[in-house]
Ligand binder design. Sequence first.
Ligand code: NAD
Ligand code: LMR
Length: 340
Amino acid sequence: QASYLPKLKFKPGRLPAKQSQPRASAFKVAVLGAAGGIGQPLGLLIKMSPLVSHLNLYDIANVKGVAADLSHCNTPSQVIGFTGASELANCLRGVDVVVIPAGVPRKPGMTREDLFNINASIVKTLVEAVANNCPDAFIHIVSNPVNSTVPIAAEVLKQKGVYDPKKLFGVTTLDVVRANTFVSRKKNLRLVDVDFPVIGGHSGITILPLLSKIKPFVVFTDEEVSELTLKVQNGGTEVVEAKAGAGSATLSMAYAAARFVESSLRALDGDSDVYECAFVQSDLTDLPFFASRVKLGRNGIEAFMSADLLNLTNYEAKALEALKPELKASIEKGMAFAQK
Ligand code: NAD
Ligand code: LMR
């Protein structure tokens, strides 16, 4: 296993070949928004997974070409493209994991909140279709603002009578990926050794890396804590500005979303050692949704790693209290939108 892809089963240089034996367990994955900046590289990474038998790609435009292109890779899964609302139900039937990166990305000067007006309706409509066609699937919400789109999805699923909070995830893996990368670089650590949770939400100060929980043990100065925390919180904006109007993070996001898909598939496959951070319904704080490290199993979330929130440093405890009003407002905005 490549050291820079912790827990992933993609093995660069040893891709599943034509002659690979089919696995006993094979899962169906759907990507909604599959022709976009995230959707295309995400489709490619999922196509490389030996755990996937069917990869269904849905978009409102341009997805048939993406599906034809990916279908020529000699890995086991079958790829089919679905275009437009009339093909959405067929895309979703029988699916085990649905990933939703559909919607508009940020441009310089915008916050993720500025995407709410467009993306809230897109997520609502797509999750309604998920509820109608694959209510037991794990649902991975990538579309921003995640702090609001996950509560929207939860309300829609409740209205449809199929809400299982253990199976609805806001994808915050990119925050973890960034945090691990930045800290490893700063402290000259091997990436494979570094692990710590990023909690809260997925926007600005609501993103809180818990450097005090890092493995292996590392000492940070106060300046380093503040610099690294800000760098993780501003990671998305750094990419948006560098792309200068051409969108936000797509490649690193596809990598992060593929990691979360692979972790979910391993959990569904019976692996009992799968832990990821995600923005989920939670009792860990007084907020109804909160990102934390969770243990994944066949039925979704099996346990919350509540110990991560114990013995916080003063810096972390203050930052946690400071993020709550903003996160609460975003959650409530999402719930109100879906309830109206
Ligand atoms: P993009 O514009 O390149 O792609 C979005 C795709 O969604 C397009 O192909 C578009 O046709 C499709 N789409 C739009 N409406 C749709 C609908 N109703 N049904 C199906 N597909 C639809 O954008 P992108 O760069 O791929 O980003 C997508 C979203 O992901 C944005 O909201 C962005 O902010 C978010 N994002 C989240 C994270 C995270 O960490 N959670 C990271 C990066 C980006
Ligand atoms: C990110 O963190 O890169 C994404 O949420 C996209 C964005 O708008 O920053």
